[in-house]
Ligand binder design. Structure first.
Ligand code: 5AD
Length: 466
């Protein structure tokens, strides 16, 4: 049977899509190649969030087809995912050797299209059309793909985003918000639990908008379904997303629940309260800030102020002391002045993020911000990126050091990639811990004492617990 190699760019949603495509192909008899050089089929699952990510995938494809041609190898190559969706056929004009361009609503067609290409029935396939119910079409998991995925799994709960932040290409690549139903998601999570998964990360482009569009929340999901009146009363106070968290929480065998990415406006009292109420909900939150300046937040169409954002963090820390707070920040958005940027620096100091991903603003086609006057010169974007990175790293290092001497619970994912004698696990607040472990630790929830820290890593010892 043909072998396939999938390379993934971008976010966890993309990782999940690649895993599902791989699982689907394996179910059809394909094998997974160890490297692109030996594969019959190479698929690049692409990211469009920044121009840099697109260029990386395009260059990779250029190298692939160049090497295959010079070695006279017959290889089917394709783009899938976000850049495939936003550029479509244009990619074939640019790279005529590409055989397949598969959009974000078509992952479940991968096997069918590859079969046709390999059999020579068709020579080029571009499919970026919208497809109803595609949000629920992918549910296969490849749990033995690597050690980590056998204890921890991603589950896609919704697709698309209607927030229309002015910098963001996602509405064009992932479309309108569409949510799967709670019973459908729960069935998938139960299956994963039965296969030994202990940690579920619920995924979507804006998970806190889960269920706001496309389905009615008026159905019962619970194992212990309350009386209809009680259920109705509860529903009035809980967003669909919190109802989903409640439902996942009831699944036996699932010990930890995470989610990404939320929007700050989704942190109502019901979600904040869920952190205090649901022991399986890990005390870790990745809440994109984007900017600390109210003026810029407004231009970005984010829908909150810095005060509102800070208020959410305070409420979360009250509900769950020690919660890990992570964020995304864009520097150099059009019109961002030194003063605006300093507002971001000061908010970062106030919040003291456990870590932050910093992005230099990148103009994306067909987004309102790309057309705004006052694009910030590249040199200033670079300079702000570096200043913010220094601040964020300094705060993060302090936060890491505060773990020394503390006991933490970790879920052991498997041997460390860099050093097989070491095992790696994750704390509930989503920090990586390395320790001297062995195969018997794999998949276990265990306590370790943190002895020292490295760069974004904690080193623990399971043997010295009092
Ligand atoms: N330029 C730079 N960063 C961006 N992001 C999204 N769009 C852009 C853009 N045009 C960042 C945001 C988002 C993260 C996934 O990528 O910070 O949260």
């Amino acid at each position: 049977m043909p072998s396939v190699f999938i390379k993934t760019y971008g976010c966890q949603m993309n990782e999940r899509d690649s895993e599902a495509v791989a699982a689907q192909l394996v179910a059809k008899g394909y094998t997974l190649a160890r490297s692109e050089a030996t594969a019959d089929v190479v698929l690049l699952n692409t990211c469009s969030v920044r121009d840099f990510a697109e260029q990386k995938a395009i260059n990779k494809m250029r190298n692939l087809v160049g090497t295959a041609r010079s070695e006279k190898r017959d290889q089917i190559v394709g783009f899938m995912g976000c850049m495939a969706q936003s550029r479509g056929k244009e990619l074939l004009d640019q790279l005529p050797d590409v055989d397949l361009v598969l959009g974000t609503q078509k992952f479940h067609r991968a096997a069918e299209y590859l079969d046709e290409l390999l059999a020579g029935k068709r020579t080029k396939i571009v499919d970026t059309a919208a497809e109803a119910k595609s949000e629920a079409a992918i549910r296969e998991h490849l749990l033995n793909g690597n050690a980590k995925t056998s204890v921890s799994a991603f589950v896609s709960i919704m697709q698309g985003c209607n927030q229309h932040c002015t910098f963001c290409i996602v509405p064009a690549t992932r479309g309108e918000e569409r949510s799967r139903t709670i019973p459908d998601i729960i069935a998938e999570c139960r299956e994963l639990a039965a296969r030994g998964v202990k940690e579920i990360t619920l995924l979507g482009q804006i998970v806190t908008s889960y269920g706001k569009r496309g389905w009615s929340s008026n159905f019962s999901w619970s194992e212990k379904t309350p009386t209809p009146d009680k259920l109705k009363l509860e529903l009035q106070h809980k967003t669909a997303f919190v109802q989903l968290l409640d439902a996942v929480h009831e699944i036996e065998g699932i010990e930890r629940i995470r989610f990404t990415s939320p929007h700050p406006k989704g942190y109502g009292d019901d979600l904040v309260e869920a952190y205090a109420r649901l022991p399986k909900l890990c005390e870790s939150a990745h809440i994109p800030l984007q900017s600390g300046s109210d003026r810029i937040l407004k231009l970005m169409h984010r829908g909150y102020t810095r005060e509102k954002y800070f208020g959410i963090i305070q409420k979360l820390r009250q509900a769950k002391p020690g919660i890990g707070i992570y964020t995304d920040i864009i520097v150099g958005f059009p019109g961002e002045t030194e003063e605006d940027f300093e507002m971001t620096l000061s908010l970062c100091r106030e919040v003291a993020f456990d870590n932050a991903y910093i992005f230099k603003y990148s103009q994306r086609r067909d987004t309102p911000a790309a057309e705004m006057a006052d694009q910030v010169p590249q040199g200033i974007r670079e300079e702000r990126n570096e200043r913010l990175l220094n601040l964020v790293n300094e705060i993060a290092a302090r936060k890491y050091d505060a773990f020394i001497g503390k006991q933490v619970q970790i879920l052991v994912e498997g041997p460390s990639k860099k050093n097989a004698a070491r095992y790696t696990g994750r704390t509930r607040c989503n920090r990586i811990v390395l320790f001297d472990g062995s195969a018997r630790h794999q998949g276990q929830l265990m306590d370790v004492k943190i002895e020292r820290t490295g760069s974004f890593t904690l080193y623990g010892d399971p043997a010295i617990l009092e």
